[in-house]
Design a protein around this ligand. Structure first.
Ligand SMILES: Cc1ncc(COP(=O)(O)O)c(C=O)c1O
Length: 398
């Protein structure tokens, strides 16, 4: 049976056109972009075109606001450290972020707390994953160096009002960074029309290659490089450019922009049919995340009294690839920090399943899940003493 891939928030298939665009840069076009001879000049031109394509996708004002990095994780680390170093010169040493960020933000923030005594404010969310805006506003102040809030959550797809949050940070004199790794290529962006100072993105989430990403740094924002070395990327990221990957990311950006409007609508339709179909067919099941403001491709469901890993295993055997949440924590039995922050009831916390679509999915993929999943849930519940002993929701005890 044809495998069904519904784990596109973990990674996407590299588009064949992206692979084709990259290939010459592994062979004939092997020059170093910094060389002044013809071998270098051709390659430098290709890097320039990729930068332009990426700037167009996110709506940057200037191509040179795009700094190529090794991926989302490096971009997030670079943004946090840079803002802190720039802020310290002005007596600003605090970071405001959220409890539901990816580890690529949470881990460097925790490291800065531990090693440099940086005060980090972790803002909470409500049960739909929406940020506590009052708490965010209250945490911003004269000591804030940086506010970092993701554009879209990788587990639930919930979208954050980053443009408004960036304005609030600006009013407090702080920089604003957004981890837009899950949002770029899935929602329209016009970053130049916002007060966002830095934005992280990653190639492999938008049908580009792995190990390549970028950090948008608004013109005029003071930037301290994380990786020091040669003068590549205007001194903002040392190291010989990964040209094939940069070219691939440029092609992926071009394709994402071309597909954005049509595919966004089509994928949303598939996702909604999937969710509605599962809610209708399966008892004790909920959709996690903001119903209104959500990525079009992400469905996060929780099944009462079940273990998400067990569901995943059975889906995998049925040829369907999904996830329990973020890939970086899969395999661990700890419930997701995102769902915990959303205060999901205990009976649902371990039974989460993330189905994330892309432009490569079809209605037939949705049908496959609708056929397979209800039976899997029913079979697992047969073996779940907690399910058997459950009290109907809202039942009066005693
Ligand atoms: C929201 C978010 N930020 C950062 C990352 C890390 O990106 P990369 O894999 O390119 O390092 C991911 C990847 O899962 C992500 O979902």
């Amino acid at each position: 049976m044809r495998p069904v891939y519904l784990d596109n928030n973990a990674t996407t298939r590299t588009d064949p056109d992206v692979v084709a665009a990259m290939l010459p840069y592994f062979s004939d076009q092997f020059g170093n972009a910094s060389s002044t001879h013809a071998f270098g000049a051709d390659v430098a031109e290709a890097v320039k075109a990729a930068r332009r394509a990426l700037a167009a996708l996110i709506g940057a004002a200037f191509d040179h606001e795009v700094v190529f990095t090794s991926g989302g994780t490096e971009s997030d680390n670079a943004a946090l450290l840079s803002a802190l170093e720039a802020g310290e010169a002005e007596g600003r040493s605090e970071i405001v972020t959220t409890r539901v960020e990816h580890q690529a933000v949470l881990a460097p923030a925790a490291h800065l707390e531990k090693t440099r005594g940086v005060k980090v404010h972790y803002i909470g969310v409500d049960d739909a994953g929406r940020l506590d805006i009052d708490a965010y506003r209250a945490a911003l102040g004269p000591c804030t160096a940086l506010a970092s809030v993701m554009w879209a959550n990788n587990e639930t797809g919930t979208l954050f009002p980053v443009a408004a949050l960036a304005e609030m940070a600006k009013a407090a004199g702080a920089l604003f960074h957004t981890d837009a790794v899950q949002a770029v290529g899935k929602v329209p962006m016009e970053v130049k029309a916002t007060a966002i100072d830095m934005l992280s993105l990653s190639g492999h989430k938008l049908h580009g290659p792995k190990g390549i990403g970028a950090l948008y740094v608004k013109k005029g924002v003071k930037f301290r490089p994380l990786i020091r070395g040669g003068h590549q990327e205007r001194g903002r990221r040392g190291g010989t450019e990964n040209v094939p990957a940069i070219v691939g990311l440029g092609k992926a950006a071009e394709l994402a922009l071309a597909h954005l409007a049509d595919e966004g609508t089509r994928v949303r339709g598939l996702r909604d049919r999937l969710e509605q179909g599962l809610l209708q067919r399966i008892e004790g099941c909920r959709v996690n995340g903001d119903g209104e403001n959500r990525l079009p491709n992400t469905a996060n469901l929780a099944f009462d009294f079940l273990d998400g890993e067990a569901i995943l295993n059975r889906l995998d055997r049925a040829g369907i690839a999904a996830s329990t949440g973020s890939a970086c924590t899969s395999g661990s039995t700890e419930p997701s920090h995102v769902l915990k922050a959303m205060n999901l009831p205990a009976r649902a916390l371990n039974g989460a399943l993330r189905l994330s679509l892309s432009r490569e999915n079809s209605g037939a993929d949705v049908d496959r899940v609708l056929e397979a999943l209800p039976g899997i849930v029913a079979a697992l519940r047969e073996m779940s003493p907690a399910w058997q002993a459950r009290q109907p929701e809202g039942a009066v005890h005693g």
